[in-house]
Design a protein around this ligand. Structure first.
Ligand code: TXA
Ligand code: MG
Length: 325
């Protein structure tokens, strides 16, 4: 339903333990009352999400943080003050009011204030913090349009609020700023360069090995159903070599259209703009995935700003790719 007319009903669905998919500035979230363990359990069920993968709690306003979690470290407060509402998720201690299922038993909680009016009005009207992962089935492409949610989750969701395509198109940056030097747990829509202007140098946790502290960092994640092969930087300069005869392949380009011969082509940003490329990434992958091709070949984008998060998602989407034969 439209995000304006459906808001009051959606808020009441949240309050009574239901699931509401809603737009944020990053991707669509699958929301439930974060104070209600049963409601949170429904999220894991709907997404087929492993119970070890904790949820992000969403607030309507930065001023709602300390009443929920108590005093936070100065560095955390400074980041919230600077970047909320916005695509930054912060790690804090889990308060007693939040049931352990939300954080998968961790004594920490991920929290953010989304920069989207529909989202903030929904959360404010519900009057509760809202636990929301991306509104897709676990491991699959993230949803940047209401149609993606409906296609991926369908009847498992009580209400889908349609707020149009999301502005950033890629998930929030997750930062643990409780220690001496902030640690980026997941690259995302807020570029590391912007963070460092406030915090000084940060550590970027390489995702795949060891404990899945942020399972958005699992090696294989954010993946289309079609096998995706990520080109090396120097391969991509040639804009992809034309595919072999008889095989329908799709091509994901950063700015330049490749030579003819591809069954389907998506160009992320003809202007070479990384913000636009990030905003269009998942939408383009959803389209290539629906194009009936046997393989998607993707170019990396420049490894700077939000481009780092785009490349991170492409590497994870490509993690299970194997040469044919
Ligand atoms: O942009 C976003 O962050 C979107 C929108 C809907 O807000 N949400 C999102 O949620 O991407 P999800 O569940 O797809 O990814 C949340 C990530 C997971 O990788 C999870 O492991 C990590 O956040 N996370 C949650 N709680 C954590 C915690 N206490 N410590 C470390 N990582 C945590
Ligand atoms: Mg996700």
């Amino acid at each position: 339903m439209s995000a304006d007319s459906g808001l009051a009903e959606a808020a009441s669905v949240l309050r009574t333990g239901g699931l509401v998919a809603f737009p944020t500035e990053t991707v669509y979230g699958l929301g439930a009352n974060a104070l209600d363990a049963r409601a949170a359990a429904r999220i894991f069920e709907a997404k087929a999400r492993p119970s070890f993968d904790p949820l992000i709690t969403h607030l309507a306003d930065a001023a709602d943080l300390e009443p929920l979690v108590g005093p936070v470290p100065a560095a955390v407060a400074a980041l919230a003050a600077r970047f909320w509402p916005g695509p930054l998720t912060l790690i804090v201690d889990r308060p007693a009011a939040i049931p352990p299922i939300v954080t998968s038993g961790l004594d920490t909680m991920a929290v953010r204030v989304p920069d989207n009016d529909h989202a903030r009005r929904l959360i404010a009207a519900a009057g509760v913090p809202v636990a929301a992962p991306s509104a897709n089935r676990f491991g699959q492409l993230s949803p940047t349009r209401a149609e993606h949610v409906v296609r991926g989750l369908g009847a498992a969701v009580d209400v889908v609020l349609d707020g149009g395509p999301t502005r950033c198109g890629i998930e929030s940056t997750i930062v643990d700023a409780r220690g001496e030097r902030p640690v980026v747990l997941r690259l995302g829509a807020l570029p590391v360069e912007e963070l460092e202007k406030v915090t000084g140098p940060v550590t970027i946790r390489p995702g795949s090995s060891g404990q899945p502290v942020a399972p958005g960092t699992l090696a294989a994640h954010y993946a289309p159903r079609t096998p995706l092969r990520l080109l090396a930087v120097d391969e991509a300069v040639a804009a992809g070599s034309p595919p072999g005869a008889g095989v329908a392949r799709g091509y994901l380009a950063f700015r330049d259209r490749p030579a003819d011969g591809w069954a389907a082509v998506e160009v992320l940003s003809a202007a070479g703009d990384l913000t636009e490329a990030a905003a269009r990434l998942f939408d383009a992958l959803h389209r290539l995935d629906a194009a009936g091709v046997t393989e998607i070949v993707a170019e990396p984008v420049p490894e700077t700003g939000v481009g780092r998060a785009v490349n991170d998602r492409l590497r994870r989407a490509a993690a299970t790719w194997q040469p044919a034969g």
